[in-house]
Design a protein around this ligand. Structure first.
Ligand code: ZN
Length: 324
């Protein structure tokens, strides 16, 4: 695909070899955003951009809708990270000029959210073509709330929530207490969560490049535990789950937390984690996000190093992010 070859100079001396990362082609990533009910979306986009660039594996561009929810003047009034009162939130409006050149990228990271306005038809078609022709896609948290009416989008995300999703969208998919994947056709709305809390992520499939070699469980920083997601769930592989405890208004089920989906020739990495900056600061989130985005771009993972500050089974680990 479209990769920029990076010519590296070994800074440590003319006789030393370039590091493995330096000798690789950088992958081209595009973060798309602009309409998200999560008030800190500009900050979480900045965080993802930073993580991707810091890995040495990606160059990153951002494409943003012109009519942003919580954008423009509001961003001056409420600096990134501030919670904008619901009363001050303008509704999303369609942006007829939102036409990113998806096919110029190896991977697109979707940071849209609930109530995002439908994209222009031409943009939807370009996006479908991009993914089905082998493009990579990453779906983060509320991006699985977006575009409930868009059939191809629902196939790409596998499972979604809110926006009127119900039994017509597809089954609830979760793991039962015996560790068996369940596809539950019972009627009901898709998507809910209890209060934010720390919860444990459990790897269910270690044979995938995204999870290979990772600890089998780790504690995630405080986040919304998305539950009762439902959708077509076709060509979907659930790599990790989290137990949704009744103490936190949970389902008593093990809910999907890391999924991969194939759509045509395209690869999709989907995580419902990532409600706010605290969730994004989790070292487990950062590690699996980078692996997931790289896998979506190439089908392989070279970012296999497990950081020293990776969380333990019973204790979370955060890297404080300062706005840059
Ligand atoms: Zn959220």
């Amino acid at each position: 695909m479209f990769r920029t070859f990076l010519f590296c100079i070994a800074l440590s001396g003319i006789f030393s070899s370039p590091s493995p990362v330096c000798s690789q082609e950088k992958l081209k990533a595009l973060i798309i955003d602009g309409q998200n009910n999560h008030s800190m979306w500009p900050k979480t986009t900045a965080m993802m951009k930073h993580y991707l660039e810091e890995s040495g594996r990606f160059t990153v561009d951002v494409a943003r809708t012109r009519f942003t929810w919580q954008g423009g003047e509001l961003l001056k009034q409420y600096p990134a990270g501030d919670k904008i009162p619901r009363k001050d939130l303008p509704e999303s409006r369609p942006d007829p000029d939102f036409k990113p050149n998806f096919s110029a990228y190896d991977v697109v990271i979707n940071n849209f959210g609930w109530k995002a306005a439908a994209w222009p038809e031409e943009t939807q078609q370009a996006f479908e073509d991009y993914v089905s022709n082998g493009g990579g896609l990453a779906i983060i948290h509320a991006a699985d709330n977006s575009f409930p009416e868009w059939q191809a989008y629902n196939l790409m995300i596998g499972l979604g929530g809110w926006g009127g999703r119900n039994e017509a969208s597809g089954p609830y998919v979760y793991f039962d207490q015996q560790g068996k994947e369940v596809r539950d056709e019972s009627p009901g709305s898709g998507g809910s969560h209890g209060p934010k809390h720390e919860f444990q992520i459990v790897v269910r499939d270690q044979d995938h490049p995204i999870t290979k070699g990772l600890p089998t469980s780790w504690m995630h920083t405080s986040d919304e535990l998305y539950q009762q997601l439902r959708g077509p769930g076709m060509n979907m592989r659930i790599l990790a789950t989290a137990y949704s405890a009744p103490d936190f208004r949970g389902t008593d089920r093990h809910e999907p937390m890391i999924m991969t989906i194939s759509f045509g020739e395209g690869r999709v990495f989907h995580t419902p984690m990532g409600h706010d900056d605290v969730s994004f600061e989790c070292v487990g989130f950062i590690t699996t996000f980078l692996r997931g985005v790289e896998w979506a771009a190439t089908g392989e993972v070279t970012l296999t190093e497990i950081p020293d500050d990776f969380p333990k089974a019973d204790s979370a680990s955060r890297r404080a992010f300062e706005d840059r």
